[in-house]
Design a protein around this ligand. Structure first.
Ligand code: SF4
Length: 359
């Protein structure tokens, strides 16, 4: 199997081209062709000499995930099923707006964090993705929209998987996407969302350059959060918020707290008041996400009245709070709905049995 190039950084490409006896600048040209031009055909890499293009044809591959299926939503969102080199499938979401597109990328196939309100959790962990498979999702989907691409790209690492449980590959992918010589997506336009892996948050806090950071909180007491997100037994709310407070924020940056509202479970005025108390002194903004229905899960979509009353309590207490209606609900592309429709049932069962995270 020829070596995959997508996912290699400039040093790694330099090492590769030096082995082929090419001058150092060839690596920069190749890096630009792969990531900035998004050129997915070695024969069309016009900046490279013919002999190198032929060598790449023979001895390398791009390693891009293959688009298996597209599920277009009425609101313009598209959910993609992408097939990886080993045959596993993952999901990626394209969300266009007037001047920008947001790409929701997966960092793992499936997910080991057993959030009870999330469809992906039902898959368990299938495997970690490589940096190339994470960046490759963005490159493949952007190439699919070469005719209707907007000038700005935002990335959210909120697809399948817990990014901080695949730390090195995720951060390498972030650096590749942010490289000004490559895809050139500013770090402030890339958001990593975590269910609350304290060692990963501490590590992220020490990074010199990091993406924006969001915590999926979803509850205001440990009892309630552990019932929804068993990971909370390992990393309870106080430890989690303490770790978040250690993340040095840039001048205009706020920590994003995501709060999925489940009807009758965590959407009461008492919950809102406890959230006010928990966020005292924390430079944050709170995204309220009315739960997106997932078949066979024992939760209800919250009423509009409950959602608005929740937001009002937060705002009256001086918190920045926004209601985020998810997009692509009609094609299961919304937050918490990504669950590999094509995965054979036997694979799901194995994944659940063998790989669910023990907390
Ligand atoms: S919400 Fe995120 S971390 Fe939790 S199970 Fe779903 S994909 Fe995993």
């Amino acid at each position: 199997m020829p070596a995959a190039l997508i996912g290699l950084d400039l040093d790694e490409l330099r090492h590769r081209t030096e082995q082929w006896g090419e001058p150092a600048y060839r690596a920069r040209q190749l890096f630009h062709a792969l990531y900035a031009e998004g050129c997915h055909d070695f024969r069309r890499m016009a900046s490279l000499p013919q002999r190198l293009r032929e060598r790449l044809e023979r001895e390398a591959s791009l390693g891009l995930p293959r688009i298996e299926r597209r599920f277009p939503s009425a609101d313009g969102t598209t959910r993609y099923v992408l097939r990886l080199g080993d045959g596993k499938t993952i999901e990626t979401v394209w969300m266009p707006e007037a001047r920008r597109q947001t790409l929701c990328l997966s960092t793992q196939a499936g997910c080991p964090v057993d959030c009870h309100f999330c469809a992906t959790a039902q898959l368990g962990l299938i495997r970690n993705l490589t940096a190339g498979e994470i960046v490759g999702q963005a490159l493949a989907v952007l190439a699919d929209h070469c005719d209707d691409r907007r000038p700005q790209t935002n990335v959210v690492l909120m697809g399948q998987g817990e990014p901080l449980l695949n730390y090195d590959a995720t951060l390498k992918a972030v650096r590749l996407m942010a490289d000004p010589q490559g895809m050139n997506i500013p770090l402030m336009k890339i958001t990593l969302s975590t269910s609350g892996i304290v060692p990963g948050i501490r590590r992220l806090a020490r990074e010199e350059r990091r993406p924006k950071f969001a915590l999926s909180l979803n509850a205001t007491t440990d009892e309630q959060r552990s019932a929804l997100m068993p990971i909370n037994r390992k990393y309870p709310i106080a430890a989690l918020l303490e770790a978040c407070r250690q993340v040095p924020l840039r001048p205009r940056e706020r920590l994003t707290l995501e709060y999925v509202l489940l009807g009758g479970v965590n959407d009461t005025p008492e919950d809102a008041r406890r959230l006010v108390a928990l966020t005292r002194g924390l430079r944050s903004k709170i995204n309220l996400i009315p739960w997106n229905a997932v078949p066979n899960l024992p939760y209800c979509v919250p009423t509009n009245e409950a959602v608005e009353a929740f937001q009002k309590i937060l705002r009256q207490a001086g918190r920045l709070a926004f209601i985020r209606r998810s997009r692509g609900q009609d094609v299961a592309a919304a937050c918490g709905q990504l669950a590999l429709l094509e995965t054979p049932v036997v694979t799901r069962a194995h994944a659940l049995r063998d790989h669910r995270l023990r907390v």
